[in-house]
Design a protein around this ligand. Structure first.
Ligand code: UTP
Length: 449
């Protein structure tokens, strides 16, 4: 059977044979590429998704759901914090913890052409987001006396550019063998009538399948097996764009390790106000979940606990820790799909489907929250300007590092901000006046906004 006939037989039962229109005008290489893209898609699922989502006003029906709050408290005020940190450090020394970064997003709001992790947010060191994270891992690795494995999920749209950024910076001093890159899955966009779209004669209109694609991609790429062979038991899973992320935070690792009943843990920050548009952790129909802002009624958003605090206050900052058994389970537990209708590939009202990482929590059934302070751990870079921008992230990092120095007795200047290299300190430890005087202009940089 010719390739054309094979593909036609594959597409016909799903009414998608139009994808082969113009086949004869393509070169053999182009035909090969198109055939690969068609074979990568599950048209049965695509048709099902269209049937389920088309005609529905929205994905969610919060009016039918029952929500209750998930309590959280600040970890740094907990008397067990030191113990958690010791446990976490021990687990890092034994090689039982790894980092997993989801970096397959398109970063459209930031408007930067390359992978978001390669973006220089304008700190005086000019370090990229990837470099800042790599150096934090390097610091912990050298303290642990061994490399911490780092899995990085890209997408086919930014995979080469991500590799190139690491290569051209010699992996920022990390051991190359300890970093594994793999692309997430892509899913074909559909037109208004459920027909699969093409972006050009030789290509399907493929889009990344959402950050929830990370569990399948981890397994499919062999990276889950790689982690298991290394004896990793805890995986720190996080988004690329938080400048203050404490990658593989030992206290967080120790916190989950000490709670055998929980499959995962997540960091949470207190919502600024009832109106702040962030997802919060809570129970949805008695299962742990991230509840989207728009799903909570105004009454629940405003609901207060007896002490006066908001009941639904635990903001999701996309910093999670999973037991390896939980990741194994997620390999075989499909996440739900969400749909959106957008203009894309020159068409309007295109159907795009994606999975969200946080839909893993109801499937796993048991999780714990680790409360952290926003000013110490959450400075996202989402937009080019204004809130959650490179400028706001620089200001937050600069103010935090200034606070670390001032606590260590360093003569910091009024009105100035500081950037301390992760080579010197992970969370403010090990600093002094003498170190400040020696490193100012080298691994400690002064700046202003
Ligand atoms: P965001 O939801 O902020 O999306 O991703 P984004 O693509 O980075 O930015 P916008 O919305 O286009 O401006 C949160 C995290 O999930 C990852 C991102 O790379 C980021 O770390 N992500 C998102 C993926 O890995 N894959 C995806 O398909 C989507």
């Amino acid at each position: 059977m010719s390739v054309y006939a094979e593909l036609k037989a594959m597409l016909a039962p799903f009414g998608q044979e139009h994808l082969l229109n113009g086949w004869d005008t393509l070169s053999p290489e182009e035909q090969n590429t198109l055939a690969g893209e068609i074979r990568s898609q599950d048209f049965e699922t695509l048709n099902k998704l269209y049937a389920e989502h088309a005609g529905k006003a929205s994905d969610s029906h919060p009016e039918n759901d029952e929500f209750s709050p998930m309590p959280f408290s600040l970890a740094e005020e907990d008397p067990r914090r030191e113990m958690w940190e010791e446990t976490g450090n021990l687990l890092l020394e034994k090689g039982e913890a790894a980092a997993f970064l989801v970096a397959g997003g398109q970063g459209s709001r930031l408007g930067f052409e390359g992978p978001k992790g390669a973006f220089d947010i304008g700190l005086p060191s000019k370090k990229s987001i990837f470099q800042i994270q790599a150096e934090r891992l390097l610091y912990l690795s050298s303290r642990a006396g061994r490399s911490i494995p780092w899995c990085i999920m890209t997408s086919p749209l930014n995979h080469e550019a991500t590799l190139e950024h690491f290569e051209s910076h010699r992996f920022f001093g990390l051991e190359r063998d300890s970093v594994r890159f793999f692309p997430q899955g892509m899913i074909c966009a559909l037109d208004e009538n459920g027909k699969a779209l093409k972006s050009s004669a030789g290509h399907l209109a493929l889009v990344p399948d959402g950050n929830g694609g990370c569990f399948q991609a981890l397994a499919r790429s062999g990276s889950l097996a790689w982690l298991m062979e290394k004896g990793v038991r805890y995986v720190f899973l996080y988004s690329v764009d938080n400048i203050l992320v404490k990658v593989c935070d030992p206290a967080f690792i120790g916190f989950l390790a000490g709670d055998a009943a929980s499959a995962s843990a997540s960091k949470a920050v207190e919502k600024r106000s009832a109106e702040e548009k962030v997802g919060v952790f809570g129970y949805k129909n008695k299962k742990p979940a991230v509840i989207e802002y728009s799903d909570l009624s105004a009454a629940l958003r405003d609901a207060k606990l007896s002490g006066g605090n908001l009941a639904f206050a635990s903001g999701n900052i996309a910093v999670h820790l999973f037991r390896i058994e939980a990741l194994k389970k997620l390999e075989h537990s499909p996440l739900p799909w969400h749909s959106a209708r957008k203009s894309a590939f020159g068409f309007s009202n295109v159907w795009k489907f994606e999975q969200f990482l946080f839909d893993a929590f109801p499937l796993l059934g048991s999780m714990k929250l680790f409360g952290v302070l926003r000013e110490k751990e959450f400075a996202p870079v989402k937009n080019a300007e204004g809130a959650d921008s490179p400028k706001s992230a620089r200001e937050m990092l600069g103010a935090l590092h200034r606070e670390w120095l001032s606590r260590a007795g360093a003569p910091v200047k009024t009105g100035k901000l500081y950037e301390i290299s992760p080579r010197l300190s992970y969370a403010g430890e090990g600093l002094s006046k003498a170190l400040f005087e020696r490193e100012l202009g080298k691994d400690i940089l002064e700046f202003e906004e």
